[in-house]
Design a protein around this ligand. Structure first.
Ligand SMILES: NC(=O)C1=CN([C@@H]2O[C@H](COP(=O)(O)OP(=O)(O)OC[C@H]3O[C@@H](n4cnc5c(N)ncnc54)[C@H](OP(=O)(O)O)[C@@H]3O)[C@@H](O)[C@H]2O)[C@H](O)CC1
Ligand SMILES: [K+]
Length: 505
């Protein structure tokens, strides 16, 4: 199935190779033509981003190196001071790259020498591209470390060397670039951490590959078009048709979380919001949430939901179109047991967040896989690590693999939060947020996200679309909240207040 219109496709290295082969074999586009356009495009990116001073190309033996040789020729012909350094002997280069070497005017390339990077105004990394696999091996590893240590900014051809183009994983040395010239389409690894941190700005270079190629990408960026899919209130809307969200959570000391989830759901357009929380805390919600309903639920007498509350919870959610389970729930064993009992019994779309997720640690399949209605999980790396019973550092190393694994096991949509928020479907498809909203790095913004996604699902959006619309609106609200004074003083309430503006565009 092709990607929805609001997703901008990203390619894995294998998909790019397939498209490449198709263009060459089926559309009879010559490799040197593709390389020529890639090199010209790369030269254009360099001219725009580093318009003066010496350009030092560092070229490997594959076609990525060949692209660099073309760009070096184009820039020399334009009068730039260009030096070309080779990582491997010229005779080891592929035939297409060797052909480009013969056309290079001016000084011949020389063997790589770290000292030569000192005179560079900009370094161009053409060592490894989509043809590389695994940790960089010698001599590429040493060269990559030297480029990383050099003072001059680095621009990457297609993918920063050391970054896996398919996964964004970085197993050994890699180069932090200010920009990456991505040929044809950006590769997945440019948008997934840690690879994303190395890619810098991503400039797309059209290399003349026609439409209609063979690859059916399964990953893409969430585009602004997703907001056009959000159902809007009209003349015949009622508070119920706008979306009825019920939030189950809260505990003594953690009353802000469900309150913010509720406010976020309302600001994201839900017409009717209920908070089900420990009975002794009812008053704090009643005074905070003028527009919401509050239902007091059985508790342990100390402000924690009790496992005996299953039936009252099911009664509280009976008219909801979507439920958010977990904000402020706490790690109290009784409350956690309640969450485990409730999750399989909710017969509407369910969002599980925060301590609701912790309740599912190691039991994703048993508790969620049999649900008849869609489920969305919204973990950060630590929570995903607990769900899968692996270290959070391991999740951070391979974010795509882990988010897909959790989605496959639980048959839920899993939203792995971060600057590169990943939304994985049980099928393996992944939608990726562009990120760049540092204002969101503050307490409570996760509660806001679960409320926004809850509202989208309550409006009846298909689950992938609803989760992605929620992620996009939340990101944009974070950017709007930071616009007046920068990200540092942003609090989650500002993000909530910015949701209507974020959703109106
Ligand atoms: N896709 C397109 O339409 C076009 C792509 N272009 C550019 O080509 C590269 C991909 O080129 P390719 O030749 O397939 O591969 P690379 O240049 O990335 O490099 C492969 C060489 O590197 C060696 N290698 C592989 N892994 C490692 C590693 N871990 N450490 C060190 N060296 C590694 C490998 O050598 P072996 O010894 O393993 O055989 C290869 O020699 C793409 O990214 C674009 O930049 C075209 O120019 C235009 C069309
Ligand atoms: K590269």
């Amino acid at each position: 199935m092709s990607l929805p219109r609001w997703m901008e496709p990203l390619l894995e290295a294998g998909e790019m190779r397939e498209i490449d082969r198709w263009a060459i074999n089926e559309r009879t586009i010559a490799v040197d033509e593709l390389m020529e356009r890639a090199g010209e495009g790369l030269a254009g990116v360099i001219s725009r981003r580093a318009p003066a001073g010496r350009v030092v190309f560092v070229c490997g033996k594959g076609n990525n190196g060949g692209d660099g040789i073309v760009a070096a020729r184009v820039l020399r012909q334009a009068g730039r001071d260009v030096e070309v350094l080779l990582v491997w002997p010229a005779e080891w280069m592929g035939s297409d790259a060797q052909a480009q070497l013969k056309k290079l005017p001016g000084a011949k390339p020389v063997a790589f020498e770290a000292g030569r990077l000192n005179k560079a105004q900009v370094i161009v990394d053409c060592v490894l591209g989509t043809g590389s696999s695994g940790k960089p091996r010698s001599p590429a590893d040493q060269v990559i470390s030297e480029m990383e240590a050099a003072k001059a900014p680095v621009i990457a051809a297609d993918v920063p060397s050391g970054v896996d183009a398919t996964t964004g994983e970085v197993e050994g040395p890699a180069v932090h670039c200010v920009a990456t010239a991505a040929f044809h389409r950006p590769k997945v690894g440019l948008w997934v951490r840690p690879g994303k941190e190395y890619a810098g700005e991503v400039d797309i270079v059209d290399i003349g590959i026609p439409r209609g190629g063979p690859a059916r990408p399964d990953a893409g960026l969430i585009g602004s078009g997703v907001l056009r899919e959000v159902p809007r209130r009209g003349a015949t809307s009622t508070k119920f048709s706008s979306g009825n969200v019920c939030i189950i959570g809260g505990s003594r000391g953690l009353t802000g979380a469900p309150a913010m989830t509720a406010l976020a759901a309302m600001r994201a357009g839900a017409g009717y919001v209920t908070v089900g929380a420990p009975a002794s805390l009812e008053l704090s919600f009643t005074v905070r949430l003028l527009e919401a309903m509050v239902v007091g639920l059985p508790e342990d007498g100390d402000g924690h939901l009790d496992a005996s509350g299953l039936e009252p919870v099911l009664k509280a959610v009976v008219r909801a179109d979507a439920v958010v389970l977990g904000p402020g729930l706490s790690k109290n064993p009784q409350s956690q047991a309640l969450a485990r009992a409730v999750a399989p019994r909710i017969d509407v779309p369910l969002v599980v967040d925060a301590d609701g997720l912790n309740a599912l640690a190691g039991q994703l399949e048993e508790i969620l896989a049999g649900r008849r209605w869609p489920t969305v999980l919204t973990p950060h790396a630590g929570e995903l690590g607990r769900l899968l019973e692996v270290d959070s550092a391991e999740v951070e190393r391979s974010r795509l693999r882990h988010v897909r694994e959790a989605a496959a096991i639980s048959k839920a949509f899993v939203v792995l939060k971060g600057d590169d928020t990943l939304v994985a479907a049980p099928s393996g498809r992944v939608a990726i947020s562009r990120g760049r909203a540092p204002g969101l790095a503050t307490a409570g913004t996760g509660d806001v996200l679960s409320g926004v996604i809850g509202a989208m699902l309550a409006k009846g959006m298909p689950v992938a679309q609803g989760a992605c619309a929620g992620v996009y609106a939340h990101l944009r609200a974070g950017q709007i909240a930071a616009a007046p004074h920068g990200p540092d003083g942003v609090i989650a309430s500002d993000v909530i207040a910015s949701l209507p503006a974020a959703l109106s565009a």
